[in-house]
Structure formats: C-alpha cells, structure tokens
Design a protein around this ligand. Structure first.
Ligand code: PLP
Length: 390
C-alpha cells in the first residue's frame, strides 16, 4: 500500500488528495484492500455500485456485450441503447425522450443546453439552490451552489441565480417569465443528504407552471432505487420537465442520461448536441442488467426495509455524538453533534466499514442496494465503539 500511495502521489494531479485505502477487489457488499483487509462497503462508490461488486448479472451482461460490440459512436445505432431508453421511459412514464452521456455532470450539461434551446433568447437566466451539487464541468459547476467548489473557477458567462434550498418564497421571488429553468435535487446529496421540506418540490412545480420555466430535477444520486422508489420525485408526486440520472444507473459502468418530457423531449434539433462515448453498448448493457436485477430481486422493497433498520439502529445507539439521521431508503446521513465526521469515517474504516464524511458534521451511508439486514446490523453493532473512538 505505501509504495502504491507514493506512486499515486507522484503520478496523479493532487486534486483528490491521497485516498486512505487502495482497493483490490470486491464481492457483494464486501471489498478488500491491497493488503487483504476486508471492509463492508457502506458507501458503494458514492451511491454508484447499486448491485454491489462483481454481481453475476452485471458481469455476464458486460462480458457478453464487450465480446460482441463495445462501441459504435453515434454514427450508428445499436439495440442496447434503444432497449435502455425504452425501459427508462417506461419507468418514468410520460412522453419523454432520452439523451445518453457518460457521467452525471455531462447529463446536467445536456439539460442546461436543452432548456436554453427551448427557452430562446428572452429567458436569460436559470435558478439553482444554495448548497447544491450538479457536477464539475463548467456548465454544471455554474449551477452548483457549493461556493467552495464553484467560486475558484468563476466567472462562467452564465446567469445563474441562487436561492435558499427549501424556501418556497425565495423560489417565487427568483423565478419570473425571464427564467429558463429551475435546477433542483429532490434531496441534496453532496450537501449532506438534506431532503427538501415537505411540499417544496410541488411548490417548485407550480411556480414553474405559472412562469413557463422548466423544472429540472437532478436525480443523479437520488434515482435508480436509492430511496426505495425508482426515482425520488415519484414519491413526491411531482413530474419534472427534465430529469438527469447517472451514478447508480450503470452499477459502476460510466453512464448518465438526460430525459426531456413534453416540449423538452424534442427541443434538441439535429446537430445540437452529441457525445462520442455516450450510450455506448457496454454501459447500456450494464444499465439494463441493473434495472432488471432491481426488479427481479425485489430491491426497491428491501431498500426501504433495510434502510429503515439502519436508521433506527443508528438512532437507538443513543450515543451523544449522534444528533439524528437524515434521508430515506439506503441513503442516509448520520448527523453528528460535533464536527467529527472525518474522525468517525477513520474509526469506521479501522473497524472494517467504509463510510463517507460528506460534511464536517455528517457521515453519509449509501451502500449497495443488495445489502442485507444482517450486514446493516453488523454496522449498527459496531457503531458505539466507532463513535467512542472518534
Ligand atoms: C455526483 C453528482 C453529480 C455529478 O456526477 P459525475 O458523474 O460525478 O459527473 C451531479 N449531480 C448530483 C446530484 C450528484 O450527486
């Protein structure tokens, strides 16, 4: 490990810092580091590894596809992309159309271009939320409300107005007939798994309807079963005009998607947007395997029950460092009474559990959707000692 770390530091740009663990392999919800130490993976590559590691359905689908046809470019069409688009539209409902990308940030770039294309020159600005995260490329970064990551790269040449997340009044004041779109996460993930207050998304829908602005929901982290429903907006009963997905969709293979509904389904004309790798056959095959497995293994239901067990178990520890639990399904923040998330993350790692200090006072859990109640219980059992060590 120490040799690999030194080589990492010498060869890689310093933007990630030095990660504390070098992983070698995984199986189910377990991963092993290069020294052979095992961990229960409670972060799943940041809500990505929906089927855990080396799931037979994912391995089979990807292996078969890479052995048949790995790439076509968009000069040629292929069946996996059509199947996946149809499957997503069926899960989402409504009169949508799909554009595939390779990542979350590119899905938001597509969404940003799409709403600009539909809006025309009179709608000059967009609205996004403080504390939001929409990605690291310049367009998505311009929409990102986390000032520490946005500000070093300003200006962006984009008129983005930020509002307090969760405030209906702030949204009403900011969104006019000159606004092209409102970008929101149904729950702010990188912000610390902060759900929107009850009724906020419905209010956003109304305000967009009244002003003609598009409601763009970024479900890159919340989508694909993470909260126990396919997409979080379905639980809220709010339909977006545009939705973006990525993370869990490919189960670890890179894929993102921007879906437009109604006039946004066809707002891109020929030549308006493109991606060489977007919707490549291998990533589409992986995503189809993820969606099939969530269905076949009844994972939406178990996400709800195991997630509730996990949250109840954390609350039950009654440890003074635990101030509460946020989130739903298998997407939780353990909120701390002191800014000790980094210490909790390190103590958990020593004890064989991978978690993520998403904010100074919040530890994020986003395990594979296949996690069992026994695996969740093993973390709850170890938690008092982890918290005391932190
Ligand atoms: C992770 C994330 C993104 C960016 O996705 P990348 O694949 O890292 O580009 C955008 N929005 C949300 C809500 C995310 O959680």
């Amino acid at each position: 490990m120490s040799d690999l770390s030194a080589r990492f530091e010498a060869a890689m740009m310093p933007n990630y810092g030095l990660p504390p663990v070098a992983l070698a392999r995984g199986e189910g919800c377990r991963v092993w580091d290069v020294d052979g130490k095992a961990y229960l993976d409670l972060i799943g590559g940041i809500a990505v590894s929906a089927l855990g590691h080396a799931h037979p359905a994912l391995v089979a689908a990807v292996s078969a596809q890479v052995g048949t046809l790995a790439h076509t470019s968009n000069l040629f069409l292929h069946e996996p992309e059509v199947l996946l688009a149809e499957r997503l539209l069926q899960l989402l409902g409504g009169d949508g159309r799909v554009f595939f990308t390779n990542s979350g940030t590119e899905a938001n770039e597509a969404a940003y271009k799409l709403v600009r294309r539909h809006a025309g020159p009179d709608r000059t600005y967009v609205v996004a939320a403080e504390g939001s995260f929409h990605g690291r490329t310049m367009g998505a970064l311009a929409l990102t409300g986390k000032t520490s990551i946005r500000e070093p790269f300003a200006p962006f040449g984009a008129d983005v107005r930020f509002v307090t997340y969760g405030s209906e009044e702030a949204l009403r004041a900011a969104v006019t007939e000159e606004c092209a779109a409102v970008f929101l996460e149904p729950t702010q993930g990188e912000g610390g798994v902060v759900p929107a207050p009850e009724g906020y998304l419905a209010a956003a829908r109304r305000i967009c309807d009244e002003t003609g602005a598009a409601l763009v929901l970024d479900e890159i982290q919340s989508g694909i079963g993470r909260t126990g429903v396919w997409f979080q907006h379905q639980r809220e009963g709010v339909r977006p005009d545009v939705i973006t997905l990525a993370k869990g969709l490919g189960g670890g293979l890179p894929i993102g998607v921007c879906v437009g509904f109604g006039p946004y389904a066809t707002a891109f004309g020929k030549g308006d947007h493109g991606s060489t790798f977007g919707g490549n056959p291998v990533s589409c095959a992986a995503a189809l395997a993820v969606l099939d497995t969530i269905d076949k293994e009844g994972l939406l239901e178990s996400v709800g029950t195991v997630g509730d067990l996990l949250a109840a178990g954390i609350t039950r520890t009654g440890h003074p460092l635990v101030a509460g639990v946020r989130g739903s399904g298998l997407w939780r923040a353990m909120v701390l009474s002191e800014p000790k998330a980094a210490a909790v993350e390190a103590a958990a790692r020593d004890a064989g559990f991978l978690v993520n200090a998403v904010q100074p006072d919040a530890v994020r859990l986003a395990p594979p959707l296949i996690i069992t109640s026994e695996e969740a219980a093993s973390f709850v059992a170890a938690l008092p000692e982890i918290l005391s060590k932190a």
